[in-house]
Write a protein that binds this ligand. Sequence first.
Ligand code: ADP
Ligand code: MG
Length: 139
Amino acid sequence: MSSRTFAMIKPDAVSRGLSGKIISRIETSGMKVVALRRILMTPAQAQGFYIEHKDRPFYGSLTGYMSSGPCYIAVLEGDNAQVKWREIMGATNPADAAEGTIRKEMAVDLEKNSVHGSDSAQSAAREVSYFFAEADIVS
Ligand code: ADP
Ligand code: MG
């Protein structure tokens, strides 16, 4: 069944000119990009987005990094989109990511790991609506 997930191309990938390559992988996988926007998050926006990690030691560094440069935010649609996009991304730590995944091939390090993807249907719904109105999404 078709579903939606939230994706981000993080500042390290945008700044190195990898956005087109990443979007191409999404499209090649059969998923559809149904919303796309370039943004520069404020620190407060990044803190709200990553609120689940507020007590983790890397929260300050992560939210500082995510507000340090432009990101592309997107909504992806397809069969099992949330699980499929996480598979294409690879493990959080590029050192653990499988061959052929985006993080294995493009990430700089554990923090600057090039892409974000929702980790459940619930987080997908929250993250999509954090940035997009339903009218922004065109299936
Ligand atoms: P994912 O992005 O794979 O869902 P998490 O939700 O666990 O991973 O973490 C969110 C983001 O925080 C990661 O993508 C990465 O950028 C950063 N991060 C996670 N763990 C660490 C860590 N131990 N040190 C530094 N940054 C981290
Ligand atoms: Mg996560």
